[in-house]
Design a protein around this ligand. Structure first.
Ligand SMILES: Cc1cc2nc3c(=O)[nH]c(=O)nc-3n(C[C@H](O)[C@H](O)[C@H](O)COP(=O)(O)OP(=O)(O)OC[C@H]3O[C@@H](n4cnc5c(N)ncnc54)[C@H](O)[C@@H]3O)c2cc1C
Length: 301
């Protein structure tokens, strides 16, 4: 792999894991920072060889700087690393597209291999480990880690970048209440078996009496938009390990069930006796959720 590794930063200096990974690859480590000057200075002290600072984007979204960052990284980069936070992912993705780089997410190990890299990562929600050999430009998305300790004093080069003509004209807070499902002992998950959004009141009543948080399958949060995206469980959503998980009107596709593999007890309610969810459930209630959920709620009272 090339002697140079770049770290792309979109405003948050919490990148110590990226610096460690870049250092382990050998060669020069340069951070491309889009964000306040203080962030560039923190990273310059954090153990990189150089910081290229593109300025504070202000009202422009960070991806407006992707072309400028990609130009700085150059035509034949080695690895380009970015943190898995939303802004960093967007900037890294746009830079990778410009560089025509392969993109690999959440590697568990990265090591040099001749002109390329060998990357291992878990796939399919953690049920398999994949080893990928990659040559040419590659972008890696990793957990950023904490803010690096001040151990160095790398130079900061300021680049007068012209962002693409994009401006954020409005940002509205989500109307959904945020929840930390990973901390919940009990979780009531609802799927497309629910007919109407108004019927969520029935699910919330069950959650109330069982002191549980409400969660859902992906289509309920993405598509129907009945619950916030932080409430959907599965391979691309939350992974939870509660004492009890109620899977209600959820078919039990692999993409959902990998998110509840850590649950101690799974109670499934489904009108289809052949629903996949029953294969993973400890308690299988076959029937109409509109009858079972109110009865269960009453019983739990
Ligand atoms: C790349 C990729 C990533 C994905 N990631 C995720 C993910 O992270 N999380 C996720 O959840 N999904 C994910 N999916 C989608 C996943 O494959 C399924 O499509 C989804 O989980 C199905 O949601 P569901 O079970 O709510 O709906 P359905 O599959 O439509 O199931 C509804 C269930 O409700 C039952 N039902 C209907 N009426 C009643 C009733 N009155 N009483 C009782 N039961 C009833 C039905 O029998 C059925 O089993 C992903 C898909 C892809 C391709």
């Amino acid at each position: 792999m090339s002697a140079n590794t770049w770290i792309v930063v979109a405003g948050d200096p919490a990148i110590s894991t990226l610096i460690e990974t870049a250092r382990a690859l050998g060669g020069h480590v340069t951070a491309a920072v889009v964000g306040p000057r203080a962030v560039a200075d923190t990273i310059a002290a954090g153990g990189v060889d150089k910081v290229v600072w593109f300025g504070d984007p202000g009202e422009a979204p960070v991806e407006a700087y992707a072309s400028a960052v990609a130009d700085a990284v150059g035509a034949a980069p080695g690895a380009v690393l970015g943190a898995s936070r939303p802004g960093d992912r967007v900037l890294l993705g746009a830079v990778a597209a410009r560089l025509q780089a392969a993109v690999l997410t959440e590697p568990s190990s990265v090591s040099p291999d001749g002109d390329g890299l060998v990357v291992t990562r878990t796939v399919f929600g953690g049920i398999a480990v994949e080893t990928v050999s990659v040559t040419g430009p590659v972008a890696l998305v990793l957990d950023g880690g904490p803010v690096p300790a001040a151990i160095g004093d790398a130079p900061v080069e300021e680049v007068a970048a012209t962002p693409l003509g994009m401006t954020v004209v409005e940002t509205r807070d989500s109307t959904f209440e945020l929840v930390d499902l990973s901390a919940a002992d009990r979780v009531v998950g609802i799927g497309r078996g629910l007919k109407e959004q108004g019927d969520l009141a029935m699910i919330e009543a069950l959650a109330d009496v069982s002191k549980a948080e409400v969660a859902c399958s992906r289509p309920v949060a993405e598509g129907l938009n009945w619950l916030g995206k932080d409430r959907y469980i599965g391979v691309s959503g939350q992974h939870i390990a509660p004492d009890v998980y109620f899977a209600i009107g959820i078919s039990g596709q692999l993409q959902h069930m990998v998110g509840v593999r850590g649950a101690k007890t799974i109670v499934a309610i489904n009108s289809d006796a052949n629903a996949l969810v029953f294969k993973d459930a400890d308690y299988c209630l076959v029937g109409d959720l509109y009858k079972i959920v109110p009865a269960l709620t009453e019983a739990l009272k």
